[in-house]
Design a protein around this ligand. Sequence first.
Ligand SMILES: [Zn+2]
Length: 378
Amino acid sequence: MKPQVLQVARRLIEFPSVSATSNVSISEYIASLLERGGFAIERIKYRDAAGVEKLCIAAKLGKGRGGLSLTGHSDVVPAPPEGWTASPFKARVQGGKLYGRGACDMKGPVAAALCAALRFRPGQLRAPLYFICTADEEVRARGAREVVRNSRLFREAAGGYGLICEPTRLRVIHAHKGSLHLEIRSRGRAAHTSTLKGVNANIAMIPFLAEMKKIYELVLRSPRYRNEEFQPPQSEWSIGINDHNIATNVTPVQSVCTIRYRPMPGVDTEGLIRRTRELAQRHGLAFKVHWVGAHLYTPPDSPLVRLALELTGTRSSRSVPYGTDGAAYAKRMKHLVVLGPGDIAQAHTVDEWVEIDQLHWAEELYARFIERVCTRLP
Ligand SMILES: [Zn+2]
C-alpha cells in the first residue's frame, strides 16, 4: 500500500531532529521508504562543527541524468516546550491542521514530496527522479553544501530541474537572497581592571565598528545595493557585537563582530567582503568568511518557472527575502524554484502547524510535476 501523506508527516514530526542533534534516524526512515519504492540510495555522511553525526540522503529512480529533483531538509529549529499546547514532537491533528515542530518547516512538505515520488515506478520514467533530503538547513545549509560537494547523484541531477519544497503556500518562488556570514575578532589580555595590566580587546574593535556603520548606511541608501526584484529591495549589513566578558572588573580578552548580509543579483558582495577584510587588517583584527551562500535566481520566463506556473494555475512568480538550501544548490543547479505547502509565517513558531489540505494539494502538484518532467507522456 502507498504511504499516506498525513501518516508520513506525523511520523516525521515524531523524530526530534533539532539541528544540533543527530538526524541519522529520521534520514534512515526516509531512506527506507524510498528504498522500498525502488529508489537507489546514496548516503552523504559528515560530522558537524560539534562532532555530531549527520546524514543526508540522495535517492534516484529511473535512468539517465537531469530529470527532476525534489529537495527538502529533515532538521528543525529547537522547540522549548513552554507555550506549546502539547509536546512539540507529538504530532496532533485538529481543525484540519497538523500541529508539531516541523509540521510546516518542513516535515509536512517533505512528506508530500515523498508520497508523490513513491507513486512512480522506474518503468514509467523517461528521465530520472531524484529525492534529496539534507541535515542542517537551519545551520547555514551545511548539509546541502556537503551534498553539493560529495554527492554523485546530485552531480547527475544538477543539469535538470530542482524543486525546493519549502513552504510557499504553493506559490512559485523564482528568486531568493543569498547569505553571507563574516566574523572579525580582536584579542586582548585579561587582568583585573584595577591593575591597568590588561589589554581591552574592545578598544581595537571600536574604530572598525565605526567603519562597519558606514557600510551599514551605504547598503541601505545607495542604489548600487538595491535590487527592485526583491522585497525589501535592500539587505541589512547586520552587525553583531559580543565580548563574552566574564565580569565587569575583568578586562575583556576577546571582542567578536559578526556580519550577516543577504546578497542579491547585481550587487557587488565581493567588493563589500574585500573592503571589510582590508579594514579588519588595517585595525589588526582577525577576519574570517564563514560562508557565502548564493542567491537563487531562475529567470521568471524560463521553462521551469513557466511549467510551475502552469501546474499551479498561477499567473506570476515572485521572490522572497529568506534563504533555503538553494543557497548551496544554486552554485551547480541552474533551474530551481521554491514551491511547497504551508505558510512560512508558521515556520519556527510555537504551536507550528500546516493545513492538511495544503499537504494533499502539494502531493498532487508534485506528482503532476513528475509526470510532466519524467514520465513518458502518451
Ligand atoms: Zn526550512
